[in-house]
Design a binder for this molecule. Sequence first.
Ligand SMILES: NC(=O)c1ccc[n+]([C@@H]2O[C@H](COP(=O)([O-])OP(=O)(O)OC[C@H]3O[C@@H](n4cnc5c(N)ncnc54)[C@H](O)[C@@H]3O)[C@@H](O)[C@H]2O)c1
Length: 258
Amino acid sequence: MTRVVVCGALGRMGTTVGRLVNDAPDLTLVGGIDVKPGNFFGVEVVESAAMDTLLAEVKPDVVIDFTVASAAVENIKRSARHGAALVVGTTGFSPEQRTEIAASIQGKVPAVISSNFSIGVNIFWQLIRNAASMLPEYDIEVLEAHHRYKKDAPSGTAKTILQILDEEVGERKKFYGREGMMERGREIGVHVIRGGDIVGDHTVLFAGNFETIELSHRAYDRSVFAQGALKAARWVAGKKPGIYGMNDVLSLGIAASK
Ligand SMILES: NC(=O)c1ccc[n+]([C@@H]2O[C@H](COP(=O)([O-])OP(=O)(O)OC[C@H]3O[C@@H](n4cnc5c(N)ncnc54)[C@H](O)[C@@H]3O)[C@@H](O)[C@H]2O)c1
């Protein structure tokens, strides 16, 4: 039995992950952490100040984090100190926070970190890589849409898309939204929509003369991310210390999926 603690237990993703862990015969939900204490699926949720005490008590094999970037950095440090493997879905990390995370994990615990745990998105990233490598002269635009409560923009998934495009067509200037008079250059346009309860839509548009190609992924339910996070939790327990991506979990043999 793999023992799991969820950080961000009372949030949208944390609740979904908690429900799936609770239903899984091979996983045991042993605790939750959030800003305020509470309960989820018959298990105690403690406030973040009590995280060390909880981890010492319940000794999880894996901590799954879906919180906010600043909180996740601290949660990762604490989990690593307690020897728990990590699955990190939180997005919006700055380059400095990524360095801090790497320093707290390296040589201590294994961690799967991904801006998107859906299997479909990990395949979608590979399709974008293939298309971009064959269409370096085409204009490229990236569009993403999420629910009204999403805080970071563009999404972590869109940032991974931009990283893949840079790797395939060479680094291009990013243009975040357009307004006023301007000529299109070699930039990549990035467009962010926030509204309603959109779970997560991403499109990459390749535009040439007389034709366009659009690659799109649409998530209909956040359980698609939670299922991927559970897959990662099963995989990561017992692995060698280091940072892994969903590409490692899924054995996709692709480069960028963080
Ligand atoms: N990687 C993926 O596949 C994927 C999928 C969906 C969402 N996300 C990301 O997951 C994160 C959470 O998304 P959400 O929609 O569940 O957000 P949410 O706001 O519904 O939930 C976040 C939860 O974290 C809690 N929290 C804040 N600080 C905390 C702390 N110090 N300790 C413990 N808990 C704390 C909040 O109280 C809240 O309950 C976001 O960064 C989002 O972009 C990633």
